[in-house]
Design a protein around this ligand. Structure first.
Ligand SMILES: *Cc1c(COP(=O)(O)O)cnc(C)c1O
Length: 418
């Protein structure tokens, strides 16, 4: 078996395609084509050149680990820390991020779907994993078998899960109850709905371990809505504790913004998402409360340079017309790589310390930029699509949030782990 790479904090080694060794335990990855991880430190020059020939993302796992440690300092040792690694860890790579976060002291992983949980189990992750989104009742058996904690979102859902589990021989299923305190998405919307959920789920192979809610506006400057949700959550949690004296509950509410700005919301666990990746949830949170640094940067290279005369039009729809002589560079990155088409004729990338405007429509695989102001530009020059400084700015141009740009980094972009 020729080996491709070795990487990550001494806990995990990757050999060949799709085979992962975590803490000495071998596990085959589910999708042999997509689960390839590299460390830039361990790569041969040839592998490195190949991976960075077109467009690539660099992911700094030390930054992830530092951000987890900073969060731990903020929340203290008694509050559990969930590392939220849904959506392929916000585009960063679920497995390497999970390994880094767990090594840095995360207690549990949070994912959005049962498939994301199963993929991590198949890769050899033994830590607790919780699906914080909805799981159809058909999947309760496999969740129990693989020790995956599920979220119960309504009395109907509780019923369905309880029926599936009643005719199952599998081990106990652990669940948390979702409470809707103002997000309007999932969860019990009254104490009586919550009571119904507890009643229906009280059977021998189901363990109700926790309950939680989710903030709609913890990242806003005005915390009125968040505080209202917080007061309501306390009422629900107190009710559950009084109903079931002696039971050890895991209550949780805080996302990144609440970790940063609402220490009263920590309860027994926090759910760390965007801040683990070193990105603030909004421009309105108190950044000094949690010093973090961004993990992912996105790069591409110039594929062609040309001079154009006034009147020349660029890209689909000819939406950009040169009004003066210009120098244009073509980049091998498009919306299929995660560069939002919304950025057509908006926003900048950076080349040799210059900000270069995006010109014309972004194509599926290619984008044009203005390099007129850059003294020398050659094919193969590296272009920073975004880094720590420019991600929030680019997100604003795309009329979205950094979360969406990170998640959009597509499967065909190699992630290089540092
Ligand atoms: C995604 C998610 C989080 C993490 O949110 P961030 O803003 O990224 O910290 C926490 N809880 C739930 C229920 C989520 O869906």
């Amino acid at each position: 078996m020729g080996h491709d790479a070795t990487y990550v904090l001494g806990v995990c080694f990757i050999f060949d395609r799709g085979v992962v060794i975590v803490n000495g335990k071998v596990g085959a990855t589910e999708n042999k084509d997509t689960d390839i991880y590299f460390s830039i430190r361990e790569m041969t020059q040839k592998q490195r050149d190949h991976l960075t020939a077109r467009t690539w993302a660099e992911v700094d796992l030390d930054a992830i680990a530092d951000n987890v440690r900073q969060t731990r300092l903020r929340i203290g040792s008694r509050v559990k820390l969930m590392a939220v690694v849904k959506a392929n860890a916000y585009g960063h790579g679920a497995f390497p991020v999970s390994s880094a976060a767990l090594s840095a002291g995360a207690d549990i992983l949070g994912v959005a779907t049962i498939d994301e949980a199963l993929a991590l189990r198949n890769q050899g992750v033994q830590a607790p994993i919780m699906v914080i989104g909805y799981t159809p009742s058909e999947e309760a058996g496999i969740a129990a078998e693989k020790g995956i904690i599920l979220t119960i979102v309504s009395p109907e859902h509780a019923n369905a899960i309880s029926q599936v589990m009643a005719c199952n021989e599998v081990p106990k299923l652990a669940v948390h109850l979702k409470i809707d305190t103002g997000m309007g998405r999932l969860g019990a919307a009254s104490l009586s709905e919550l009571d119904d959920m507890v009643d229906v789920l009280s059977q021998k192979n189901i363990e109700i371990e926790g309950a939680f809610t989710h903030f709609a506006q913890s990242d806003a400057l005005d915390k009125e809505h968040a505080n209202r949700q917080l007061r309501m959550a306390s009422v629900y949690f107190t009710h559950l504790r009084e109903r079931t004296t002696g039971r050890d509950w895991t209550f949780h509410a805080a996302n990144s913004a609440a970790i940063i700005d609402l220490p009263q919301s920590y309860f027994s666990m926090v759910r760390l998402g965007i801040a683990m990746y070193g990105v603030y949830p909004s421009g309105d949170v108190t950044t000094q409360n949690l010093p973090i640094h961004q993990s992912m940067s996105l790069f591409t290279r110039v594929s062609q340079v040309k001079d154009v005369q006034p009147g020349v039009t660029l890209s689909y729809g000819s939406t950009f017309v040169a009004s003066k002589p210009m120098t244009i560079a073509t980049l091998p990155i498009g919306y299929a790589d995660g560069l939002h088409r919304m950025l057509s004729n908006r926003g900048y990338v950076s080349l040799n310390q210059h900000q270069c405007p995006i010109l014309g429509r972004i194509c599926m695989d290619q984008t044009l930029i203005d390099v007129t102001a850059v003294p020398t530009v050659s094919v193969h020059d590296v272009v920073t699509v975004y880094d720590e400084k420019s991600l929030p700015v680019l997100a604003r141009y795309a009329e979205t949030i950094p979360y969406e740009l990170l998640c959009a980094v597509s499967q065909r972009i190699p992630r290089i782990y540092k």
